[in-house]
Design a protein around this ligand. Structure first.
Ligand code: GDP
Ligand code: MG
Length: 375
């Protein structure tokens, strides 16, 4: 969401700017007409001027996701791979599961490909006689959810909830369920560590029933797959189930347009400069594109895939590391591609200015509080 300037608020309320400046002045806030206001401040002014302010309904994740698509995309939708996040309590086997899926699938593919940490992995799977793909996000599930949910972005299509069959439902299991439910993301349960003699999958189903996840063989509709991440047991079945859910969800996007999506990781690399992993959620991202991510911009100089491979174009659901940004964007920031470098620069600079303004505003208001608390 975006803060309003005094001028924009005046336009919106159809009121002279001076009335707004006056009203703020009496609240002890000195502003000029180009300054941006915190939404709460803007609301207080509007209400004082007799305008009722309605809070927009909080959009559901599903509604938010369709915002990645414009009306023009609807004629050109194509199936896209599911983007999957692995969640669950610490030590229940999330890392082992991702590693063993990656190992078994990468080994079959490009031999000798060096896997590189980019925050996401692409896995190729033979399904119904077709070659299909699944994209796994490798950011700690609940972090990804909280950071991105705070910004209202939805990056995950399916959540894999890992529950160790020898340990059962734990605090982070519950947390993971509530995050996935809040984001309206379908959950597949991987009941892990079934190789352990003390494992008890039926007890896990029982415990999950109490949390509203009822296994199919218990008369519910939650897919639960017993696996051993360590021994690689039944992983093919889990991957099949992911593709099945993806089919039901009818995931689609329009590859024939300028890309947009979300930053999933970023850092400043000493040798390469600002580096960001971008998840493409619509359109196709290409080397040479002019991109804005949050308040940073740049012309994409190079893109790197999860096997350290050079990538020229990334289609929907794929994640790539990009080089060429002027600064480090934040995980959770949305990105867009603009036709010209100039447009990208203007958009990014306007956003950066807005951020500086609201930081300044915050600094000012905290100073006011300090001063008044002194008196
Ligand atoms: P995370 O914290 O959820 O990422 O859990 P890890 O993947 O790091 O696994 C925690 C521990 O459980 C490690 O010692 C793993 O070797 C072990 N582990 C994970 N999956 C299995 C499994 O299927 N069977 C057994 N026996 N051990 C497992
Ligand atoms: Mg781990």
């Amino acid at each position: 969401s975006h803060n309003l300037t005094v001028r924009e608020l005046a336009d919106l309320l159809n009121t002279p700017e001076t009335d707004i400046i006056k009203s703020l002045f009496f609240k002890g806030i000195a502003v000029n007409i180009t300054q941006s206001l915190e939404l709460e401040t803007a609301r207080a002014v509007a209400e004082e001027l007799g305008v009722k302010v309605e809070t927009p309904e909080i959009k559901s994740a599903a509604a938010k996701e369709t915002e990645m698509l414009d009306a023009a995309d609807l004629d050109n939708l194509q199936t896209r791979p599911p983007v999957v996040t692995i969640m669950g309590h610490v030590d229940h086997g999330k890392t082992t599961l991702l590693d063993s899926i990656r190992q078994s699938k990468v080994a079959q593919g490009e031999a000798g490909g060096i896997t590189q940490h980019i925050g996401a992995y692409h896995v190729d799977i033979e399904h119904n006689g077709n070659q299909q793909q699944i994209v796994f996000l490798d950011t700690p599930g609940h972090e990804a959810f909280t950071a991105m949910r705070a910004r209202g972005t939805r990056v995950t299509d399916i959540a894999i909830l890992v529950v160790a069959a020898d340990d059962g439902v734990q605090p982070q299991t519950r947390e993971a369920i509530s995050h996935a439910k809040a984001a309206e993301v379908p959950i597949i349960v991987a009941i892990n560590k079934i190789d352990k003699p003390e494992s008890n999958p039926e007890r896990i189903k029982q415990e999950l029933t109490e949390l509203g996840l009822v296994a199919e063989d218990w008369g519910g509709d939650t897919i639960m797959v017993p696996v051993s991440a360590l021994k690689g047991e039944n992983l093919d079945n889990l991957l099949e189930m992911i593709l099945l859910v993806a089919e039901i969800e009818e995931l689609s996007a329009n590859p024939d347009r300028l890309a947009k999506g979300t930053v999933i990781e970023s850092n400043l690399d000493r040798a390469r400069g600002p580096v960001a992993t971008l998840l493409v959620q619509n359109g196709t991202l290409r080397v040479g594109d002019n991109i804005v991510a949050g308040s940073v911009f740049g012309k994409i100089r190079a893109m790197v895939g999860d096997r350290g491979n050079k990538v020229e174009a990334a289609t929907p659901s794929f994640a790539v590391e990009v080089l060429g940004l002027n600064d480090v964007p934040e995980a959770g920031d949305e990105f867009d591609v603009y036709p010209t470098e100039k447009e990208a620069r203007v958009v990014a600079e306007a956003r950066a200015e807005q951020q500086r303004d609201s930081r300044l505003q915050q600094a000012m208001s905290s100073r006011r509080i300090t001063l008044s608390s002194l008196s």
